[in-house]
Each structure stands twice: as structure tokens, then as C-alpha cells.
Design a protein around this ligand. Structure first.
Ligand SMILES: [Zn+2]
Length: 252
């Protein structure tokens, strides 16, 4: 019998992964945080791609939103048979797409950037991911797309093509969406469009200030949709109630 003790401050969730086959490596990700990579052997030759992308993503999000305060970020690449465990986020720990192919396309970078963005939106800004999923999924999708465009020059549109930008209510309990498509169209795609629309109205510089202020004001405090709107109103000096009524709480 072996007993392990793990301790982490300021986290609201945990998960674990184990495999006799993981190829482990540790790299300096951003100035304060190490990247701990647990690779499936099928992707051993892609180690640099994983390290480069996760380091760049963490660095960009720290600059855009605020400091990542933990000492490490663990990244698990599940084997092909572990696909359902892939593409998940937990504080200080993400799983990415399973190692199904030896030459994966840029979905690898997209999932990696998305799950790392969740360290901010869901992880530290610990909103309720079941009751107001748009506050983490849309924010992570908005962030990963910006990172992939700006820093890596990647076009993410092909990956979103199966989904429609049609949405009707973002602030909704997840279990009330009709099906997976309805859920994805609202909490991932629709919310991302709303954030981009707000950015278009107030400008990119101001939008970055809003996101930063939202993160700094609400990290580790479990905000809801109205708290985000309040920050937006404070930063822009005007009411967004009508906009939220028609675009977030329910489309008229
Ligand atoms: Zn997500």
C-alpha cells in the first residue's frame, strides 16, 4: 500500500491521470510556471509542438488577462483509447485531444490553447460551469481564437464549421439546452460572437481592459453573468442592460 498526499491552494476542482506509458518532461513555461507534459508515446515526436504552443499560450494569457499564480501546469495527452478523457480542464491541469494520429492537424493547437484558456475562465474566475457555461466556454473560445490567430497565424474557422453562429440564450442552465448542437451553438459559438461584437463596439484596447478587470476583480470569487456585465459597464461608462437582455439572457 502506498499513500500519496497532494495539496493545492486556491483550486475548486481536481482530477488525476495515470499510465505506465506516459513520457514525462518538465519545461519552463512562463517565468513563474513549469509545464509538466505527460505524453502518449504515439506523440513523442511532437513534444516540441506541445511545449511551444503551451508556453506561448500561457505567456499570452498572462499578458492579456493577468498572472497565472500556480507553480506548474500539467498537460496530459491521453492515448487513443482514452479519447473520452481528453479535452478537459481542471485547475493547474488539462487534458488535450487523444493521440489518435501520428500527424495530427492544428486541432492539436486549438484544443491545447482552449484548455489552457480555461485556467482563467472556469479555473481562476471560478464561475459555475453547469449553470452559466457560456462564462467559461465562450470566454475560452474567444481567447483561444485570438491567440491562434495573433500568435500562431492559424485559421480556426474550419474547426468551427460544423456549428452555427445561431444562438438564442447564453445565460442558461446547461441541461436545458435541447441537444449538444444547441448547447455548442450557444455556450461556445454564440457567446464568442457576443464578445467579439462587444469588442467591435468598444475597440480592442478597451476590450482587453474589460477582460483584465473582470479577471482581476473576480478571480477566485465565483462570479455570474451580471458580474461580468457590471465590470463592462464600469469600464465603458455606460449601461449594457438592454444589450444583455436581448443578446445574453434571451434573444428577442
Ligand atoms: Zn472548453
Amino acid at each position: 500500500m502506498v499513500r500519496h498526499h497532494f495539496r493545492a491552494d486556491d483550486v475548486h476542482d481536481f482530477a488525476w491521470a495515470a499510465s505506465p506509458d506516459f513520457i514525462f518532461s518538465e519545461e519552463q513555461g512562463s517565468p513563474g510556471a513549469k509545464i509538466k507534459l505527460y505524453l502518449d508515446p504515439k506523440h513523442a515526436h511532437l513534444k516540441d509542438r506541445y511545449v511551444r504552443t503551451s508556453t506561448a499560450a500561457l505567456t499570452a494569457y498572462e499578458e492579456w488577462y493577468g498572472k497565472y499564480p500556480y507553480s506548474s501546469l500539467s498537460i496530459v495527452v491521453p492515448p487513443e483509447a482514452g479519447k473520452p478523457a481528453g479535452s478537459m480542464e481542471y485547475p493547474t491541469f488539462v487534458t488535450v485531444a487523444a493521440a489518435s494520429e501520428e500527424k495530427p492537424n492544428h486541432y492539436l493547437e486549438l484544443v491545447l490553447a482552449h484548455e489552457i484558456a480555461h485556467q482563467y475562465w472556469y479555473g481562476m474566475v471560478a464561475n459555475n460551469e453547469f449553470e452559466e457555461a457560456w462564462l467559461d466556454e465562450s470566454f475560452a473560445t474567444y481567447a483561444d481564437e485570438k491567440f491562434l490567430h495573433k500568435q500562431l497565424g492559424l485559421d480556426t474557422k474550419p474547426f468551427y464549421r460544423p456549428y452555427s453562429p445561431a444562438y438564442n440564450r447564453l445565460a442558461e442552465y446547461s441541461w436545458r439546452y435541447k441537444n449538444r448542437a444547441d448547447y455548442v451553438n450557444n455556450v461556445y459559438i454564440g457567446g464568442k460572437h457576443v464578445l467579439e461584437d462587444i469588442e467591435q463596439q468598444i475597440g480592442s484596447g478597451k476590450m482587453q481592459e474589460v477582460m483584465k478587470a473582470y479577471f482581476e476583480t473576480w478571480k477566485f470569487r465565483h462570479p455570474g453573468t451580471k458580474d461580468f456585465m457590471d465590470v463592462l459597464e464600469k469600464e465603458t461608462g455606460r449601461s449594457w442592460q438592454d444589450y444583455f437582455n436581448s443578446h445574453v439572457y434571451g434573444k428577442t
